[in-house]
Design a protein around this ligand. Structure first.
Ligand SMILES: C[S@@+](CC[C@H](N)C(=O)[O-])C[C@H]1O[C@@H](n2cnc3c(N)ncnc32)[C@H](O)[C@@H]1O
Length: 526
């Protein structure tokens, strides 16, 4: 894509880079963009493995990030870090392990216990960042222009102290301070604790997460994509090239418009979770990206009419009324939540505490495997306090619809009807929050797939008088099921490059074949 340097901004055919006091640099559309239009595509400046949260998990190979069995597996012959094989091509590739190996070799010993502390894979990306000054000076210049928010990351803050202990001191004490001057002068002319802190700030502010098919997760920095501002109603989606066959295109990112973006409008992505309520999203953005989101969704107490954060009336001594609590000013952290029908008000901190406790309960149930019984119990309990569209209930219902109608004991007409209603309600919320499937395509595809399956099972059920449904009676169910399957596949069209998108796409394609076979056998034309 052609990029022309302007006086104050850079202009391409699809976007312009602008700057403001509030947003820093951001992108606007240089022409009208339609859904599916490519806004930009670029290779990463640098990438590296993410932190491993589970010390028991297998470590990623430093050359290709495939999980390696460290107790029996091989080690890099120079630095001793775990690798999938001594012949892994990534070991020599400067974008992967090729250059960092010279630095990591400064610590010659090789241990087998307490390995997660010894081989800190999350320190590799900051190291690869500083090594760009030697390997790719142009990229180094670009990287230094990215925002680091060092003004907020001062000594004594949790984020600074963590980065200091786990990344900066680890890199300095284990490797950099042990380097021969000749190696240091060759690779790291500019190096200091402060510079490593800036790298940590740049990574935390800008990095995008890439999930690889083997389960490993990488962080990557991109010079233009990282300029996109956040909106809780994003108008773009990004996809990564993760196939390792084409090494010239490793982790190429492509940003596409998902809804029409008129010339001059801001081009935005989403840094937070689309299915969290406003308070949770804003708190997350404040803590991790240091700004207070004021987008249309955050400013609207009903979150675009979805009521995703709404609570039922808390009531007084006489009990609750049938009103709902919404924040009076969702952009104010001290806001009160007023009932729509009675004078009861509850303060924001109380609501936040309750919601986060409920969130933990929901998470626990889901981590325990969430049987239908467990999910129905928690749904029933939380429904006393939460609006039916609340995001905690969305999450429980999304799990339930994948169990209803699929197990012998949950196939009754009543359960199928319940499943159909839940799917339709959740589809409606999902569509409102993410009309272009920028972030919720997998959720949406699952819902459409489940809706199809409930309709299909229902079409085959005998009627209440025990007689079989006629073709004319079956047809409307099948037509709706087919439409739902087609939407599910269409929803995933951009996700097939990615592991979970590809898997789901295949499952739904199989369902479509079964569906067509069923229609053919019954001689029903839909
Ligand atoms: C990934 S960077 C985006 C590029 C950045 N503006 C720059 O100039 O390098 C993320 C930072 O941009 C700013 N930002 C992004 N979206 C914003 C928004 N909706 N409102 C306010 N600031 C925003 C915040 O400072 C945030 O930490």
């Amino acid at each position: 894509m052609k990029i022309i340097m302007g006086q104050n901004n850079m202009i391409s055919e699809t976007y312009e880079v602008h700057k403001s006091e509030e947003l820093g640099r951001y992108l606007i559309a240089a022409r009208d963009l339609s859904p599916g239009d490519v806004v930009l595509t670029e290779l990463p400046l640098v990438f590296g493995p993410k932190a491993m949260f589970d010390p028991e998990a297998s470590m990623p190979c430093v050359g290709c990030y495939k999980p390696v069995f460290t107790d029996v597996g091989e080690r890099c012959s120079s630095c001793g870090w775990p690798v999938c094989s001594g012949h892994c091509p990534g070991l020599k590739d400067p974008r992967h392990h090729g250059v960092e190996c010279a630095i990591l070799s400064a610590r010659p010993e090789c241990v087998l216990d307490n390995m997660a502390e010894y081989y800190r894979h999350d320190a590799l990306l900051p190291l690869r960042c500083v090594l760009l000054q030697h390997t790719e000076p142009d990229k180094w210049k670009n990287l230094l222009e990215l925002q680091s928010h060092m003004e907020c990351r001062t000594p004594g803050t949790e984020i600074f102290d963590e980065a200091n202990e786990f990344i900066v001191e680890y890199l300095m004490n284990s490797f950099i301070n042990k380097l021969d001057n000749s190696i240091k002068n060759k690779y790291l002319k500019e190096i200091s604790e402060d510079l490593l802190h800036v790298m940590c700030g740049i990574i935390d502010t800008n990095a995008l997460e890439i999930r690889l098919p083997d389960g490993a997760e990488l962080n990557a920095l991109y010079s233009t994509t990282c300029l996109m501002e956040h909106s809780c109603i994003p108008n773009t989606k990004h996809l990564f090239k993760i196939s390792t066959k084409d090494s010239n295109n490793f982790y190429r990112i492509t940003v596409k418009a998902v809804i029409p973006i008129a010339k001059g409008n801001h081009i935005a992505t989403m840094y937070s979770h689309a299915l969290w309520g406003t308070q949770a999203r804003r708190q997350h953005l404040k803590e991790t990206k240091y700004f207070s989101c004021k987008c249309q969704r955050c400013s609207d107490p009903t979150e675009l009419g979805t009521y995703l954060s709404a609570m039922k009336c808390f009531g007084d001594d006489k009990g609750p009324c049938d009103g709902i609590h919404l924040p009076e000013d969702p952009l104010d952290e001290e806001t009160e939540w007023a009932c729509s029908k009675c004078p009861i008000k509850v303060n924001n901190s109380q609501i936040n505490m309750l919601i986060s406790q409920m969130g933990e309960e929901v998470e626990n149930v889901q981590m325990l495997g969430g049987s239908v019984n467990m999910l129905e119990n928690i749904l029933c309990r939380l429904s006393t306090f939460l609006h039916p569209n609340h995001y905690h209930l969305y999450s429980i219902k999304h799990s339930l619809v994948q169990l209803y109608g699929r197990q012998a004991s949950y196939m009754s007409e009543e359960i199928l009807d319940k499943k159909i209603k839940m799917c339709k309600d959740l589809i409606c919320i999902t569509k409102t929050l993410d009309p272009g499937n920028a972030r919720l395509s997998l959720y949406s595809a699952v819902l459409h797939h489940e809706l199809h399956s409930a309709l299909l099972v229902k079409s085959q059920k005998a009627k209440s008088d025990g007689t079989i449904k006629t073709v004319e009676e079956i047809k409307p169910f099948l037509e709706e099921a087919k439409g739902s399957l087609d939407i599910a596949l269409l929803t995933l069209r951009d996700d097939v490059e990615e592991t979970s998108g590809k898997k789901l796409f295949k499952v739904i394609e199989e369902s479509k074949k079964d569906f067509e076979k069923f229609c053919k056998e019954k001689n029903i034309n839909v």
